[in-house]
Each structure stands twice: as C-alpha cells, then as structure tokens.
Ligand binder design. Structure first.
Ligand SMILES: Nc1ncnc2c1ncn2[C@@H]1O[C@H](COP(=O)(O)OP(=O)(O)OP(=O)(O)O)[C@@H](O)[C@H]1O
Ligand SMILES: [Mg+2]
Length: 279
C-alpha cells in the first residue's frame, strides 16, 4: 500500500494496518431509515432518515443521547421492528447462517432454559443435528469461561455470567452481523473489562460485522474500529470517527494519549448533538 503524500510515519503505520478493513465489502447498507412510534395521542419520530454503511468484519460502535433511537435502530435492523421508510441491505449470508443475532442488556436468554440449551437454541431452530449442536455450544461455553455451568439456569448465575451466556449464544449462532445493545451496561467495571476482552478475542477468532450500542465513550473507543455518534431524536448519524488504535489494545500496547484524544473528540461531538437538537 502506498502511503498518501505528506503522511507522517505514524500515519503510514495507521494507514497500512487499517487498509484491509477499509477495502472490505460493505456488509450493512442503510439509507434514509425512518421509524415513528404511534403511541396514544402523540407520534414519536425515533429515526429520521438514518444513513449508515458498515463493512464486513468491522466493529462499529454507536453512541448517542438517551432516547435518540439507538435501540430502535438495532431492532429495525434485526427485523424485530418494521421500518416506515428507507432501505436496509445486509449482504446475504452463506446458506443456513442467520443474517443477524442480537445481544441485549440482560434480556436475551430464556430463564427456563439451562446454559447449554440457551447457547444451542439458535442452532436447534435451524435444525442442526443434536450432536453438532452440543459440540458447538460446549465450545462457546468454554470460550466464555462458563465450563461447569452447562446445566445451570439463568437465575443461578450472576449478571456477568448471564451476559457471557448471551454472547456465547450469539457466537454459536454464527450470524453474519452481530447487533449488541449495551450488553455490558449493568456490569461492574472489572467484569465489564473482562467481558470486553473476551468479546474482542471471540470476534478476532470468528470475525463478523458488529454493531455495538453503548453509552460509554471509553468502551466505544476501546472496542471499535469506527464509531458513529447519533443526533438527538429523531436519530440519524451526526458524525463518524475512525478509531485508529492498533490492536491488540492490551494494557501495555494501548496508546493512551491517542485514546484520550479520541475520547475527548467524541465528548465534544456528543455535547454538540445534545445542545442543539435539530428539530
Ligand atoms: N414501543 C415504543 N412505543 C413508543 N415510543 C417508543 C417505543 N420504544 C421507544 N420509543 C421512543 O422512541 C425514542 C427512541 O427510543 P430508543 O429506545 O430507540 O432510544 P435509545 O437511543 O436506545 O435510548 P437509550 O440510550 O436510553 O437506551 C424514545 O423517545 C422512546 O421513548
Ligand atoms: Mg436503548
């Protein structure tokens, strides 16, 4: 790859490392997405012409003021909710693979199913033979460090363990696109950090396109390849930021001053969108 004219050595490194991601095909293409809730007397326009493209295997983080339509966007993308207008194109997955899987904050697993039944659920729905189901579910249970809890029920698990089940379930399902709605929002800082690392490891082993909603700027910068900040409701993308931090972003490898600069930039974008609602 030829560095652009006038690039510094730092830029060259960044450009070279990031080039493959930028050259990958677009996986999710959203244009002019509109969604209005018709509840009682008042209509609530949640999404107001949202445009976004996310590339294959990109880890994309979405931030925005509370109530700006982030969850609505993920639910429309996943097909849980119907759109009013606009276009969503998700490139077709291989045969017998789901297009997307959603990970919620504490709500994604069935309380009446055991850990292994929860993790294998999507495979069962796709008629994967039982032996194969168990094998795949067991593998992901081990990857999220829940070995020994296969037959436990969710009420017997901590919040962090439940989120691990949900992540294992999503990866076992092997979707093309993983949609995550504040999956670690309720967890303590240490558990959150552990799960972030496990998630990134899984994503690197089994790359897929991730759209990850969070309120936490530090988390978005730590995890993402790129992030988008949404406007206040009705939501659309206000600004996109490339997160040019090398991976692995381990403690000894993380460029802290660059990370801080990125976080400050996102802070000021968020301040801007909350101060001047555009409607
Ligand atoms: N089922 C619903 N019926 C009516 N209004 C709804 C419904 N779900 C969401 N809304 C409204 O739509 C807007 C967007 O909600 P949404 O949950 O998408 O926001 P969000 O960005 O995910 O917020 P948060 O950051 O607090 O999770 C809000 O004003 C909300 O009150
Ligand atoms: Mg939400």
């Amino acid at each position: 790859m030829i560095p652009p004219e006038g690039a510094t050595s730092e830029d060259v490194k960044t450009v070279t490392e990031r080039a493959p991601a930028k050259e990958r095909p677009v996986r999710v293409n959203v244009q002019g997405l509109e969604k209005t809730y018709r509840a009682g007397e008042e209509d609530v326009r949640a999404l107001g012409g949202l445009d976004l493209t996310v590339r294959d295997r990109e880890f994309f983080c979405l931030l925005g003021p509370s109530g700006c339509g982030k969850s609505t966007f993920l639910r429309v993308l996943s097909g849980l909710l119907e759109k009013d207008a606009g276009r969503i194109a998700v490139e077709e997955p291989e045969a017998n693979r789901p297009t997307s899987s959603m990970v919620f904050q504490e709500k994604g697993i069935f309380p009446w199913k055991t850990v292994i039944e929860n993790v294998a659920f999507g495979l069962k729905m796709r008629d994967v033979p039982v032996a194969r189901r168990r094998e795949v579910a067991q593998r992901y249970i081990e990857k999220v460090n829940l070995e020994g809890f296969e037959d436990a029920y969710p009420h017997q698990l901590s919040g962090g363990m439940k989120q691990r089940v949900d992540i294992a379930r999503a990866f076992a399902n092997d979707p093309e696109v993983l949609l995550m709605d504040e999956p670690f929002g309720d967890l303590d800082a240490q558990t959150k950090r552990q799960l972030q690392e496990e998630l990134v490891t899984l994503w690197q082993e089994r790359p897929k396109t991730v759209i990850y909603v969070t309120h936490d700027i530090e988390e978005a910068v730590r995890l993402g390849d790129r992030l988008g900040v949404m406007t206040d409701r009705p939501g659309r993308i206000a600004e996109l930021v490339d997160i040019d931090l090398a991976r692995p972003r381990t403690r000894d490898n993380l460029d802290l001053s660059r990370m801080e600069a990125l976080q400050n930039r996102v802070w000021s974008i968020l301040e801007g969108v909350t101060q001047s609602p555009h409607e």
